[in-house]
Design a protein around this ligand. Structure first.
Ligand code: NDP
Length: 444
């Protein structure tokens, strides 16, 4: 089947999975030329096999809350493709989680992992359980119940989960503890673990730092210095806070952060002390970003996203489809010249087209936020060797991987005018490696 026929067929078969179809469409429309150069791909129906996950596991997760009441959530693991390595991808705990969202994330993850230069296939998992407002004990009981079902399907050489929205060090620790107890082994089947039990240095920082390193590579193509630039960030979780951390180290001005309730605006740029406050607020007190505005008396946009403020650079780091066409046009009108995505698919198709049409520097999540899974791959390597690398060593490898991903995007995405279409570059580079591996291994 031709790429466009596959897309129509998927639309017919999965009409209730808009996020999945959105991600597939974005990739298929950009790889069509590369695909058509290889008639053998069509003979092997490669695209359809690459778009449909190898396996979807779904299960009930029953647990007991602090009031003694039994709660039931849905749990999922999408094992999308393992042509180039073990299934690998995070676990998301959020009330919005459903099969479509996890299928889109697992699909994206396959291309992202391919770009990292490491041997990792793509997967994603999660639950519609929300840790928000739950006690530590409730979160622990939920994580244990989730893994009691999942543990048979994962392992150090088969499928290695990690964190994502709603799953940080606390949740990974609880899940890994239960996994270890049931599987009776200690090989590090989760990444993002605590440093005391097999975690890698720089893993918590990796997605945010990696995104900034990717941005630096993009800016270098136009001779732009990050110092003094104004950056709007969305989110205030793992990716957002470490993005801000690295930007502050480099002398940039971070003017916004947000959560699902609203946005704080600090036109003069967050200070180090203010960023530390946000980190503690979110990680230890599990509070709301509004409390920052109350503490420091800054502007707070209730129920709004950051994109109306004046900025040079936007780094969306919260969730999918958080920049729509209007937001994109507003950013461009305000002089924004670079968008580097920490979140997965944060820009709607209309927003992506607006950025590409304006020829600004625009990095899709699968390239710009691949630093997280890259250091997860490095965590797997350390676990296999039973070694621990220094922060400097991991950070140097992360920088080099992000430069490598940038180079792959340039190679496949540079147009005759010189403009680098990072969307096309990332999709084609990610696709070719997985496609060649699938061809070599036969029809499975
Ligand atoms: P966290 O749970 O640590 O933080 C998520 C942040 O985004 C919170 O501030 C949260 O606000 C906000 N948010 C979540 N959902 C929504 C929503 N529907 N609307 C508005 N705000 C929302 O997650 P991460 O920082 O780990 O992940 C953020 C993004 O980065 C996701 O897209 C994830 O897939 C992607 N990513 C993460 C990686 C990682 O290593 N962690 C790796 C690569 C990509 P609130 O607290 O109010 O929910």
């Amino acid at each position: 089947m031709k790429a466009s026929e596959v897309l129509n067929d998927l639309r017919r078969r999965f009409p209730n999975e808009p996020e999945y179809l959105q991600a597939v469409e974005e990739v298929l429309t950009t790889i069509e030329d590369a695909y058509n150069e290889h008639p053998e791909f069509e003979r092997y129906n490669l695209i359809e096999r690459l778009c449909i996950p190898d396996r979807i596991l779904s299960f009930r997760v029953s647990w007991v809350d602090d009031k003694g009441q039994v709660q039931n959530n849905m749990g999922y693991r999408i094992q999308h493709n393992n042509a180039i390595g073990p299934y690998k991808g995070g676990i998301r705990f959020h009330s919005s989680v459903n099969q479509s969202i996890l299928k889109f994330l697992a699909f994206e993850q396959t291309f992202k992992n391919s770009l990292t230069t490491l041997a990792m296939g793509g997967a994603k998992g999660g639950s519609d359980f929300s840790p928000k407002g739950k006690s530590d004990m409730e979160v622990m009981r939920f994580c244990q119940a989730f893994v009691a079902e999942l543990w048979r399907q994962i392992g150090p050489d088969t499928d290695v989960p990690a964190g994502d929205i709603g799953v940080g060090g606390r949740e990974v620790g609880y899940m890994y503890g239960m996994y270890k107890k049931l599987a009776r082994e200690n090989t590090g089947t989760f990444t993002g673990k605590g440093l005391e039990f097999g975690g890698s240095r720089v893993r918590p920082e990796a997605t945010g730092y990696g995104n900034v390193y990717f941005l630096l590579n993009m800016l270098a193509t136009r001779g732009i210095d990050i110092k003094g630039k104004t950056v709007a960030i969305s989110g205030s979780g793992n990716v957002a806070t470490y993005t801000a951390d690295k930007l502050l180290q480099l002398g940039a001005k971070v003017v916004t952060m947000s959560d699902s309730n609203g946005t704080i605006y600090v036109p003069e740029g967050l200070t180090r002390e203010q960023l530390d406050y946000i980190f503690k607020l979110k990680n230890f007190y599990r509070g709301r970003i509004r409390e920052f505005a109350e503490e420091y008396g800054c502007e707070y946009f209730e129920g709004e996203r950051p994109w109306k403020v004046k900025c040079d650079i936007a780094m969306p780091s919260a969730t999918q489809n958080e920049i729509d066409g209007d937001d994109a046009r507003m950013l461009l009108a305000n002089g924004c010249f670079a968008v580097s995505e920490g979140a997965n698919m944060p820009s709607t198709p209309e927003a992506v087209h607006a950025f590409l049409d304006a020829h600004i520097l625009y990095a899709p999540g699968k390239a710009a936020n691949a630093g997280g899974v890259s250091v997860s791959g490095l965590e797997m390597a350390q676990n296999s060797q039973k070694l621990v690398w220094s922060a400097e060593e991991v950070d140097a490898k992360l920088r080099s991987i992000m430069a490598d991903i940038h180079e792959q995007c340039r190679k496949y995405g540079q147009e005759e005018s010189g403009y680098i279409n990072y969307v096309k570059g990332a999709n084609v580079a990610g696709f070719m490696k997985v496609a060649n591996a699938m061809m070599a291994q036969g029809i499975l």
